[in-house]
Design a binder for this molecule. Sequence first.
Ligand SMILES: [Cu+2]
Length: 340
Amino acid sequence: MPKLSRRKLLAAAAPLAAAPIVGKLALDSGSAEAGGHDHSSHSHARTPAGHQPEAMGHAAMVGEEVPAVGGPNDLDALLYPPKALPYQPGRVREYELVAVDNDLEVAPGVFFPAWTYNGSAPGPVIRATEGDTLRVRFRNEGSHPHTIHFHGIHPTNMDGVFEIVGTGGSFTYEFEARPAGLHLYHCHATPLKKHIHKGLYGAFIIDPREPRPPAQELVMVMNGFDTDGDGGNNFYTVNGRSFYYAKYPIRVKRSELVRIYLANLTEFDLINSFHLHADFFRHQPTGTGDHWEYTDTVMQCQGQRGVLEIEFAGTGLHMFHAHQSEFAELGWMGFFEVVD
Ligand SMILES: [Cu+2]
């Protein structure tokens, strides 16, 4: 009965969402209600799920620290992409990706036995300019066979589906980076659902030859973690840790262009979404073409992605979260701290 256990877990985790509100921001009365829950039953609900520590729930109840793992700069390598390079004929961009098994702490005391590229889920951001030769040296030091399948236009023998790289093996992917846009890479070994939800995926930016305007650039990969193995996610995050950007808001400057590369790699759930409070952004699906939607909410199916641009009108803490309330309450929520 995966549904039941998931609902129970949701009930247990609901007060977590209130933590930053009660503890740090004192925004509205809705949080008082969440803070007033009887939490003795919550502890029981989460026990069968495995390793959810009581401390998480309790901290949230009394409005102390936001229950997120780690320090303020831990996820910088995933949040801030490598710099865009101006187009230059004949350039080769090289990356090394190593598949490794790694237990990831996705929420305080909650570990997920992940399969990763380079140790994290999502894996590193890969970036090239349209026309570059992309060369990715892949080594499998994990316990299962893996590949790297890139989205984009490339020869089929570089597609990451025919060569299956066993433990100890390696393969070099090499192709011209095109078309410009925001793409993905992920493992394509079978069973595919497992190889993806275990953590083998990441963002793949191809910059147009005519560069985009300078901006404060951010990468957000939406994902989920099934920490009790019931085929449903127990935690939702951007870049791998629940509530991380609630604890460590992303600082950006008012009136300056902010560009977000947003991709959805959530397994099990059909869609995920990004909703911004107190402002609107422009959204370019897949980072291609010249269609921009002006909105405060965008939804993405698995594998969908897009480029968001915004100049914040005001300063202060701007909340963002999945507009599926369930996801938000299970970790997919954070803040931009907009400053002058
Ligand atoms: Cu795999």
